[in-house]
Ligand binder design. Structure first.
Ligand code: KG4
Ligand code: ZN
Length: 342
């Protein structure tokens, strides 16, 4: 009898401002190290040049740490997976070049991964704290760069059925936070203050889109800006005195917009399995509303473990593992791509 060999994959994620490296044994995560780049908070957003430079500084120590934590020797690795795109080109180039060099040095396969597919397939990481969806399911992919409703037919058969026509939902959170004078990234801060405020204190409009499954957040951002300017003109302490209520009302509006679209997508596709993915799926508002909706409407909902929501290399590793099983490898001439569809 032959026993099946375990597959060890080292995965690298460097698409934006987090340098992350993970080591997986099959679909289990042995380590998932994330080095955040604090440098950007003082600029109110990610500065691409500084991000690339920080990736250069972080990548070797983060790779070392990930291998050490996983207790895996680099000689035992079966493949190197890395984020090919979408993302900031300078940031992607650091991970891509490092992944190529490592695969070449170890003489093992190289596997390129689509970052957005990885956010979705993070649901297939084998972890006792999360349940794996069955196909087909819908995924609301909500991050700093994307907002999509995706129909997932299989690991690599995905179809975008709705997406933002302007800002991503993460940007809506971050830009609203900036209007309120909060540092970048403001999404988690809005979430934190929202939990102490009244979600119905203030009302903001829901945007209309030509395709009802698409999203639009730029109008919301403008209406929040005018609302703040109007109220600050009357009372200079308006933000300070109402921060929790303002954050709760913004979050309530955004979560309601997301839920309207999910309901419509379920109606149109008849699929009642809903997953969320991407950085904004860390938001407590969307998590609560989805959990309640699953009870109320009988939907099956999949909410990823917190550490697999924001950018991380474990999600790159799980895609790497499934591509490895398919022997879907890349050559050393593969190039990073800033804009990339599925
Ligand atoms: O997926 P991600 O880590 O990076 C991208 O690929 O964009 O998402 C980052 C986004 C940021 O806009 C951040 O503000 C938002 O996710 N975010 C949140 C929360 N945690 C992260 N937004 C709202 N509530 C949160 N708790
Ligand atoms: Zn992301």
């Amino acid at each position: 009898m032959t026993t099946k060999k375990n597959i060890y994959i080292l995965a690298i994620e460097s698409s934006c401002d987090d340098t992350s490296v993970a080591v997986l044994e099959n679909d289990k995560v042995l380590s998932n190290v994330v080095a955040n780049q604090e440098i950007h908070s003082q600029y109110g957003g990610v500065v691409p040049e500084l991000a690339s430079r920080a990736h250069q500084q972080n990548i070797i120590p983060v790779v070392h740490q990930a291998l050490l934590k996983a207790k895996v020797n680099k000689k035992d690795l079966d493949a190197i997976a890395f984020t090919k795109g979408p993302g900031l080109l300078g940031s992607l180039l650091v991970g891509t070049s490092f992944a190529k060099s490592m695969a070449l040095a170890l003489n093992i396969p190289l596997i390129s991964v689509n970052h957005m597919q990885a956010h979705i397939l993070a649901h297939f990481i084998d972890d006792e704290k999360q349940q794996k969806p069955t196909f087909p399911f819908l995924c609301l992919t909500i991050s700093g760069g994307h907002t999509q409703i995706v129909k997932i037919n299989n690991y690599f058969d995905m179809e975008i059925i709705g997406e933002t026509t302007d800002d991503a939902v993460g940007e809506a959170f971050d830009k609203s936070a900036k209007i309120l004078g909060l540092p970048y990234p403001g999404g988690p801060l809005i979430d934190k203050y929202a939990q102490l405020g009244n979600p119905k204190a203030f009302e903001f409009p829901h945007p209309k889109t030509e395709n009802p499954l698409d999203f639009s957040f730029s109008g919301l951002k403008t209406s929040i800006l005018y609302f703040i300017q109007r109220n600050e003109a009357k009372d200079p302490n308006f933000i300070k005195d109402n921060l929790n209520d303002i954050c709760a009302s913004i979050q309530f509006t955004i979560v309601n917009i997301l839920m309207e679209k999910i309901k419509l997508a379920i109606e149109k596709t008849g699929i009642q399995q809903i997953a969320i993915a991407g950085g904004v799926s860390a938001n407590s508002g969307i998590r609560n509303v989805l959990q309640n909706a699953s009870k109320e409407f009988g939907w099956k909902t999949y909410i990823p473990k917190f550490e697999y929501t924001t950018d991380n290399a474990a999600m790159i590793g799980i895609v790497g593992y499934h591509k490895y099983l398919e022997k879907d490898f890349d050559t050393l001439s593969v190039v990073a791509t800033a804009r990339m569809k599925f």
